[in-house]
Design a protein around this ligand. Structure first.
Ligand SMILES: [Zn+2]
Length: 362
């Protein structure tokens, strides 16, 4: 009997954990969200988690006032809490048996903010970096970070702490880069609106907003977006090109220096991942084919119902471009706050998503 009670007691703890998790998300099971927002969430998770990890997912949208844009892998949570193996049994290389359950946290105060979707892309990219891409980066760097990334003289607080910090920064910058790869210049605009330079200094987990913005611009140039950006947003390009990196506190300089030296390695990991890329040439061809600019500028008919409907990131970039009354830095803040445009964009996602499903029906 004693043994049975002990087992029951253990079960009670597990039930408490389960109850807490499910009660947190219970309301979300019955919440209705716009179809366009669901299509956007599906695109984010497909491009930044399903494609690079080769898994299928099930998505729950959680609107939460306290947690900002965030992602939670419930499989991982249960693996930690209940000692359920995250990796499927021998013979399969799948990460979970069945669909990976993912909770996307979207701020409750503005659950339909499509313009900031690239921030969500960064968050979802953490799933892929956690599970596989960070290990690839370590391989690319060719060294074990705790021993070789920084040399002894770099940090007065001790090499170990500097290395741990650098490694966390590398993970963040890798997620930034994946978001830029998948969403193109929309990432740079969303970042500029979400973390205006130079208000965000570096912390234990993130490089400064200056570094992240300059990094995004360098990545976009590498991936062929410079001509497009210079033609459409000359003032914005002037602004991002002139971001000062040297005003970081002294302590951060060696870390920033190491981060920039890892640029090529980070790019190679992103380029070799299976995450789909928003390609500038393809974007411009699709934009022209569907007349997206005209649709978004005049807002008379959401694009999307055409044959071969444009993907979410193509629509998002076209909307960002159409909102540019001028190309200065101040325009990104105005665009994000443009609620009618935001709703028009969500409607475009909806039509595009429906058209895609509709056209794949037999
Ligand atoms: Zn992050």
């Amino acid at each position: 009997m004693k043994v049975a009670f002990r087992e029951l007691h253990r079960l009670l703890n597990e039930l408490d954990t389960l109850h807490e998790t499910f009660s947190t998300y219970r309301e979300d099971l019955n919440s209705a969200h716009p179809v366009g927002l669901l299509y956007l969430a599906r695109s984010v998770v497909h491009d930044l988690a399903e494609a690079p990890l080769d898994v299928r997912t099930e998505i729950l949208i959680h609107t939460d006032a306290a947690r900002n844009y965030s992602v939670q892998n419930l499989a991982e949570l249960f693996a930690d809490g209940f000692e359920v193996p995250l990796i499927s049994p021998a013979g399969t290389d799948r990460l979970v048996d069945g669909e990976m359950p993912i909770v996307l946290g979207v701020p409750a105060f503005d659950p339909y903010n499509a313009f900031l979707a690239p921030i969500l892309a960064h968050e979802v990219a953490h799933l892929a970096t956690d599970i596989s891409l960070l290990a690839l980066l370590e391989e690319q760097l060719g060294q074990v970070p705790s021993t070789a990334l920084l040399s002894d003289e770099v940090d007065s607080r001790g090499v170990r702490s500097a290395n741990a910090r650098l490694w966390r920064w590398l993970e963040e910058i890798l997620c930034d880069s994946l978001a830029a790869w998948a969403t193109g210049p929309s990432w740079l605009f969303a970042l500029a609106a979400f973390l205006p330079v130079p208000s965000s200094a570096a912390d234990e987990h993130h490089p400064s907003a200056n570094v992240r913005t300059a990094w995004a611009w360098r990545a976009l140039k590498r991936w062929g977006w410079e001509d497009f950006m210079r033609a459409k947003f000359p003032e914005f390009v002037e602004f991002v090109s002139g971001i000062a990196l040297e005003d970081a506190p002294d302590d951060d300089s060696p870390l920033n220096d190491r981060l920039w030296k890892s640029f090529d390695a980070v790019m190679k990991v992103v380029e070799s991942s299976e995450a789909p890329r928003l390609d500038p040439t393809e974007y411009e061809a699709t934009e022209k084919q569907h007349g997206l600019q005209v649709s978004f500028e005049r807002s008379y008919m959401p694009p999307g119902l055409a044959a071969d409907p444009p993907g979410a990131w193509t629509l998002l970039l076209a909307a960002w471009v159409a909102c540019a009354e001028n190309s200065g830095i101040e325009y990104v803040a105005r665009t994000v706050a443009n609620q009618p445009y935001n709703q028009f964009l969500i409607k475009s996602f909806e039509l595009s998503g429906i058209a895609r499903i509709w056209r794949t029906l037999p």
